[in-house]
Design a protein around this ligand. Sequence first.
Ligand code: PLP
Length: 448
Amino acid sequence: PGPDGVSGDEITRLAERHLVQPWPVSGSIGAEARGRIDAGEGIYVTDAAGRRLIDGPAGMWCVNAGHRNRELAEVMAAQAMELSYNSPWYTTNVPSALLSARLAGHAPEGVDHVFYTTGGSSAVETALRFMQFSNNVKGRPEKKLIVSRQGGYHGSTYLAASLNGRPRDHDWMDSAGDLVVKLTCPDPFRRPEGTTVEAFCDFLVEEFRQMIEARGAERIGAFIAEPVMASGGVIVPPDDYLKRMRKLCRDNDILFIADEVVTAFGRLGHVFASQDVFGIDPDMITFAKGVTSGYFPLGGVMIAGRLFEELRRSNHSDAMFAHGLTYSSHPVGCAVALKNLDILEGGLLEHARAVSDHFQKSLKALEDLPLVGEVRGLGLMACVECVADRVSNNPLALDIEVGKRIDRHCQELGLLVRPLIHMCVMSPPLTITAAQIDDMAAILRKGI
Ligand code: PLP
């Protein structure tokens, strides 16, 4: 039974009747209710049938501190009682000021300003609009092209979605195609046959260099990249790829935007991964999800202070950046994020780093299964990629629903996975223990 005496069946019926979920197909829009979850605790959730399942994807890569964290819930309630909202246009508030300083302390040197949004898409949108605005103000309105990569995912608002690199996401959707150019996905597993990873990396960097030459640096405003591509299948790029792409951006006055919506807040063992894991210093870093462990919809963009100084020195220092969200700098969201940072700094980052080796090794062991082509990952994110056979590594010859079928079997055994066509993505709450990792890997093995 649900709350207020409404039966569980009735709740599912209400959802089917009135709720539209993300990524529906036209035949079922507003007419289906996918797997209902009723409760969560730690790394587990409970579904409508009362089954306790390991939350393999931590919701959508976001419940980093785990479910039912009392400290996060209490700080949310306390802040709502103190100040539930203030207009970010005309006023500021205590939690957003404190959080901004804390985040600046974790970001690369000089990346010390924050614009808060309501999630990842609006963070990416903000970064891009800021690039467009800056170049208008600086008198170079033609410098607007955005470079993204095949396989990348940056969100569901119009401009952010236009950057997405999975072809099927564009099959039926319009996009701002003229503004975007896409480079090859830096996936070592799918590199051309007979090529070393080093040579593949050279190719990727050279492709970008040639593209800059062909289009002209004066036309390219930004390069955006997830340090580890998440929804594209946990693609860890070749060593030095990000550093070399960063250098090309710097040499050509192209802004480097690191989309850390997934990789930040402990997923790779650090608050931000750009510098601490990959040794790069982006001009902007977008974040969301783990910033509040999913307890409150908050995102943001870290922006290098240098970019504001350039605007202050320009001939148009009165130009307005006409961009703002009602819920920018939300006091409740920022208070939750501050407490979440306390939890991360108070031991959870260290724990995530300590268990990630065991996590990667336990999943890697699944490569002995004939259906599994590769298991890859970094930190506490990993992907099991299924293939029709290990010689061709062809995923297309597989039943298209193989990920969903594995998910179904795993759910019967006590584990939620995130199916992505022929892949299963795993990114559990960072609180997961070594023994729980063993449970997860054992279920996955059986399920596959
Ligand atoms: N960027 C990345 C790397 C993401 O993975 C996502 C969502 O999964 C987004 C942006 C969009 O974030 P949101 O769904 O919060 O708008």
